[in-house]
Design a protein around this ligand. Sequence first.
Ligand code: CP
Ligand code: NVA
Length: 315
Amino acid sequence: MDLHGRSFLTLLDYTPQEIEYLITLSVQLKEKKKKGIRGESLLGKNIALIFEKPSTRTRCAFTVAASDEGGIPTYLAGNELQLGHKETIEDTARVLGRMFDGIEFRGFRQDYVEALAKYSGVPVWNGLTDAFHPTQVLADLMTVLEVFGKLKGIRFVFAGDGRNNVANSLMIGCSKLGVDFVNIAPKELWPQEDLIEKCKGFAKESGSEITISADTNEVKGADVIYTDVWASMGEEAKVAERIALLKPYQVNASLMEKTGRKDTIFLHCLPAVKGNEVTEDVFESDISYVFDEAENRLHTIKAVMVSTLGDMTKI
Ligand code: CP
Ligand code: NVA
């Protein structure tokens, strides 16, 4: 599989085979890291990490992944760049593309990360926008694969803010890889209709199903229960409104009970607001794989960078 020179902006741009390849490569890179072997696939590559929003996992994963493979990451705080104040995204992109070999962008607008890719001429990786969080979903699916040994036929339930970046990207990733995706949310927070329709098309191809419902009984039979914060970065003013809307969708012992299973696992992209979208007892329980999932951000982000920018003979 040759992904050299590609950007990674949304899973919509990747075929099921390409996504599977990235997950398989992530598993290999994880094994290599556990053996203490470093690679040189990104040797001498300068990598810009632009963050308009805060980050722990994504920033650290890009930084460590780059240096594990010989790359040189440079952190650029969005508010310390000229971007958006004096300079357009197109101009910033053309400047950074003259200096860096690859660019990660976390921010608000999806059209910014798209413009960076279009005008920089180097691979650009989406580290989260308001619309999508594609690297997160690679780690989520990798974690499911590690636990269950398969993806096809898994019943993956997302409960909470069903129209945020993570829920959108999960719906795309699951529908492309044959995972049955159930999105449980109040109607006000359902994903956009055009995205649902696109994903139904992917699901048809992969032999999976998409269910969007306000009914929490849909957790029945779930292999995975996943949630995310009720107010994403940039939506802090909406916290009270969201708490009122989403209280019935909290992942707690009684929701887990409704699965009718004992082996359902809990996932969360993190950071978690315990007491809102998930209770402390579920978060800390044996069925919670959130820290494996967080670790897998490193291996999956490394897979994205080495396959699109690196020398694959030197991983
Ligand atoms: N899950 C995730 O993207 O975490 P950070 O915001 O800490 O990067
Ligand atoms: N939906 C969350 C994800 C954080 C990783 C947010 O955008 O804040």
